[in-house]
Design a protein around this ligand. Structure first.
Ligand code: AMP
Length: 279
């Protein structure tokens, strides 16, 4: 595995693969790699032969009171895990390399970018799309893999490549969970053992909604109430939102249908967690 830290080196390293018409598949991450990230690499290997991963904790997508400075950066573990997983090129730029002081242009994420996660984290998705657009321009992959874990992010990246005519296939890979159901996340490292236990309420709430739907309940308000009633008794879990939405538009229907998504965001202690499931 080659590790590149400058844009020029990254471009030079990818050139031979492009010239020999290899299919280049890109997995963008913020590092603190776990089995969820590695599942994206596995998926990438089924899509192409040259696998590029980026690790960049993007300051643009963090709010002023968020966890940018304490976000985990286990550099050596990440390099080892990426190499073992079969990454060919690892792009690990510095903040200065990615953002020059002259920078004035960014991508705006539109209406979808200001709802749900975007409402709770103003500017978050503009930051995400700006860095993803930059990374796409640097790597110029044929395909890129994103996790369903960040459903709204995946929808916005798909909308960006469509609306800005970026010739990149976006592949959405399923959520990897712990055996007890907790969705893997780099932020799970912040949880105390007690908080980790409380965090299982998110998965339980999603399952409860799914069960209710399987039993025949289709009124969205009733489904959402069933989910909320799972989380409400947990003193350690502060619910931000739980909603049944159309998986593409993220609008709330009145009557739920198969293929809709249940999205949830909650704070456990100071850690913000998100999860989702398809009905
Ligand atoms: P992050 O490093 O958190 O920015 O995530 C990088 C990529 O990994 C994103 O496309 C995420 O959706 C994906 N990802 C994060 N957690 C999981 C998970 N538990 N299962 C599958 N993909 C994930």
């Amino acid at each position: 595995m080659k590790i590149l830290t400058t844009i020029a080196d990254m471009r030079a390293a990818i050139k031979p693969a492009r010239e020999s018409r290899e299919r280049i598949v890109f997995v963008p991450t913020m590092g603190a790699l776990h089995a969820g990230h590695l599942s994206l690499v596995e998926r990438a290997k089924t899509e192409g032969s040259c696998i590029v991963m980026s690790i960049f904790v993007n300051p643009l997508q963090f709010g002023p009171s968020e966890d940018l400075s304490r976000y985990p950066r286990p550099v050596e573990d990440d390099e080892r895990l990426a190499e073992e997983a079969g990454v060919d090129l690892l792009f690990r730029p510095s903040v200065e390399e990615m953002y020059s002081s002259a920078r004035t242009i960014s991508v705006t994420s539109g209406k979808l970018g200001s709802e749900w996660e975007g409402k709770s984290r103003p500017g978050h998705f503009d930051g995400v799309l700006t860095v993803v657009a930059k990374l796409f321009n640097i790597v110029q992959p044929d395909a890129a893999i994103f996790g369903q874990k960040d459903l709204q992010q995946a929808a916005l990246v798909s909308a960006m490549v469509r609306d800005l005519d970026m010739p990149i296939d976006i592949v959405i890979a399923p959520i990897v969970r712990e055996v007890d159901g907790l969705a893997l996340s780099s932020r799970n490292r912040y949880l105390s053992p007690e908080q980790r236990k409380a965090a299982l309420a998110l998965n339980r709430a999603l399952n409860r909604v799914r069960e209710k739907f399987a039993e025949g309940e289709t009124r969205v308000a009733a489904l959402e109430n069933a989910g909320v009633s799972v989380v409400a008794p947990e003193p350690q879990v502060g619910l931000d939102y739980l909603a049944v939405i159309d998986s593409k538009t993220f609008e709330r229907p009145t009557v739920a249908q198969k293929g809709n998504s249940i999205i949830i965001a909650a704070r456990v202690g100071t850690t913000r967690l998100i999860d989702n499931m398809t009905l």
